[in-house]
Design a protein. Structure first.
Length: 676
């Protein structure tokens, strides 16, 4: 005999008859395993595909809680975009985190309202439909149990519908009231996701790297922290807001490196600051030749008074003379001959540095000691760290260390110096690093820059990595700068300052256009990592005024303070790179001329290049038949353009770039007088 339905094997019935589907929620990283990135001053845009079977309308909202009030959940309605994609914007007000989830349900009242309105417009009878609407209102009163004015309004609404009144169909207050109190039935929920919210400087910053020991006004004399404090106005005048110092700790004597990385130090050689540790102390000490903690405190305060912050290098490695070598020998890897394994990147050898052994049996004590180092400097007023070679330390250690710091001090910024494989760089960003070094240093052609920036600034890219562009570093003098003229240095700094909101330079080497390499290498000869340097900061050839102008443009134009709106425009000459950024939060007006920024850069370091730009006028907010003005913020020149196709010409020996502010509305005579 055939089996009955009851006796056939089957899966259990679900607990409800949920009809709504929520998919493709963004931002999220690895299904919510890691936090996405956000910051104060930019909207956290939450999107998802939300839909249901049939023709009923769907309603959705975002529920969220913040670091400062973890138990207080607020709600925001979501807005449908196209093709069942929905969106809402959360505006974080403070650093920390935001936890959010999406809820969605069948909007029975909205579906009834839409269908009934269609019948009214068609002249069809709706008495039965109005009774059905009144029943929905009754259910809202029963389910939601409103009181006071809301309950009275719902009662009046039910009466009006039963009396044949169709006016409520067009009433937005009625919609809001029913959204608040209606029985939503089965509600779909997304997983709870987290976004790490950083302060504004994490999103928008200009870094300047400087060796304090080379800041002496007297050639050949070891510079001090006080000498650097005296140099801060020079750095501030260029418009930088982060002053990054390589390690300022005592430097080991054993196997100290000489000039140009010589394995043998001569008397008077100062060694590499990254060979940390000597008789005077380790990671929580200051090199005696640099000064005292009072000098450091003065430096931090002086920088703050000038609107800047001091960033320190976290280099978790030791010289052979570091106190930890004797106090914690298990933190290092010992070789069969009884010596400690020094750092190597074959064929390169770093005899003056001992790497820490993160597979040590005492790894937990080692982790705690490294966290204590970070807290030591945070307690002295440091809230920005550039982390040296983080990819050579465990990912889990960084996630733990940064998580511990940010749980109490979400304002602290960590920049990952990791010129390594892409997936490793991305993993470090996922584990908590606020900013990341990038491959910009080696991207020179238009197609390379477009491809790389499209990857970095996509929604998925921004959720994971916040790039920081460096044209040079003490470790890297890229080949394209070695035989470069002034125009190349200018073009590279324009690209760095306008393609991304975070950038940095190693100075004064960059503004003084230092470009002599060590033979056969992408490294500086007479490298400051191994010797004192004396820089002529007053050189008439210095790019300092040009850099100052660029930094001022960045601060005066909010469009350049975000990465999310970067858009490349076509040019018929591949030597010209054209791109724009538009403001995220502000609308342009005459009193605050902060509209779109349009940049054109000549990538040819030797020749004049010209071509026609083909602009995406819609993205720039420009009507096709409306003239508009572009104002070159570098030269001061103004041009009146019409339509998408416009001619440009750039000579690298004069200026390799235009940085245009675009006026997107018809200009009056008064407007022209205002800008003149």
């Amino acid at each position: 005999m055939p089996k009955s339905v009851a006796t056939r094997p089957h899966t259990p019935l679900p607990s409800d008859n949920l009809r709504v589907v929520i998919e493709a929620v963004t931002p999220q990283v690895d299904g919510g395993r890691f936090s996405s990135k956000s910051s104060v001053g930019e909207p956290l845009i939450v999107e998802a595909d939300i839909f249901a079977d049939g023709h009923d309308l769907v309603a959705a909202e975002v529920r969220y809680a913040t670091h400062g009030a973890p138990d207080e959940w607020a709600t925001l309605p979501m807005t449908p975009l196209v093709n069942d994609r929905w969106q809402a914007e959360i505006h974080p007000a403070e650093p920390g985190w935001v936890r959010f989830e999406i809820t969605a349900w069948i909007d029975h009242f909205g579906s009834w309202r839409r269908g009934t309105a269609a019948k009214v417009r068609a002249g069809q009878p709706v008495s039965l439909e109005l009774e059905m609407g009144a029943a929905l209102v009754d259910r809202a009163r029963e389910f939601g149990r409103p009181t006071g004015a809301d309950d009275a309004a719902l009662a009046q609404l039910a009466r009006a519908l039963r009396n044949g009144d169709v006016l409520p169909l067009d009433s937005e207050p009625v919609v809001a009231l029913m959204r608040k109190w209606a029985d939503r039935g089965p509600v779909a929920r997304s997983p709870v996701l987290t976004a790490a919210v950083d302060r504004e400087r994490a999103r928008f910053s200009s870094w300047y790297e400087v060796f304090p020991r080379s800041c002496s006004p007297v050639p050949g004399r070891h510079g001090t922290l006080q000498d650097l404090a005296d140099q801060l106005p020079y750095i501030a005048d260029m418009g930088f807001d982060v002053v990054y110092l390589p390690p300022i700790h005592p430097i080991g004597v054993t196997h100290r490196k000489g000039k140009n990385n010589s394995p043998t130090a001569e008397p008077g050689d100062v060694g590499s600051p990254w060979a940390i540790g000597a008789a005077a102390g380790g990671h929580t000490a200051i090199h005696p030749d640099l000064g005292t903690f009072d000098d450091f405190d003065h430096l931090v305060q002086r920088a703050r008074a000038l609107g800047m912050e001091i960033a320190l290098d976290l280099a978790f490695q030791c010289s052979p003379d570091h106190p930890w070598v004797k106090e914690h020998p298990t933190w290092f890897r010992w070789r069969p001959d009884g010596t400690v394994q020094f750092a190597e990147n074959p064929p390169k050898r770093y005899e003056d540095i001992y790497p820490l052994d993160f597979e040590s049996g005492d790894w937990s004590d080692l982790w705690q000691a490294l966290l204590d180092v970070a807290w030591f400097w945070i307690d002295r007023g440091v809230s920005i760290f550039r982390v040296d070679n983080p990819h050579t330390k465990p990912f889990r250690m960084w996630e733990w260390l940064i998580g511990n710091v940010r749980a109490d001090r979400p304002d602290v910024i960590f920049l990952a110096e990791a010129f390594t494989r892409p997936k490793v760089m991305t993993q470090l960003a996922k584990r908590g690093f606020t900013q990341s070094y990038t491959y910009f240093t080696w991207r020179t052609s238009a197609w390379e820059l477009k491809e790389y920036l499209t990857e970095l600034t996509s929604a998925a890219g921004r959720a994971m990595v916040r790039p920081n562009f460096w044209p040079n570093t003490p470790d890297i003098l890229p080949e394209h700068l070695q035989d470069a003229g002034r125009g190349t240095f200018m073009a590279r700094i324009v690209l760095a300052t306008t393609l991304t909101a975070n950038y940095g330079i190693y100075g004064p080497a960059f503004e003084l256009m230092e470009r002599t390499p060590r033979a056969g290498a992408e490294e500086y000869v007479d490298n400051e990592k191994y010797e004192l340097r004396h820089w002529d900061r007053d050189s008439p050839d210095s790019l300092a005024p040009f850099i100052a102008r660029l930094n001022r443009i960045r601060h005066e134009n909010p469009a350049l303070q975000y990465d999310s709106t970067l858009l490349f425009h076509y040019c018929d000459n591949e030597q010209l790179l054209c791109y724009s950024k538009t403001p995220v939060l502000e609308a342009p007006d005459v009193a605050n001329p902060s509209g779109p920024i349009l940049v054109v850069v000549n990538l040819d370091p030797h020749n004049r290049q010209s071509g026609f730009l083909h602009l995406d006028l819609d993205a720039l907010g420009i009507e096709a038949d409306t003239p508009f003005q572009v104002h070159d913020l570098l030269s001061g020149d103004r041009y009146r353009w019409l339509g998408a196709s416009n001619y440009v010409e750039l000579d690298p020996w004069i200026s390799p770039a235009h940085v245009f502010r675009v006026r997107t509305r018809v200009l009056s005579e008064q407007d022209f007088e205002y800008y003149l």
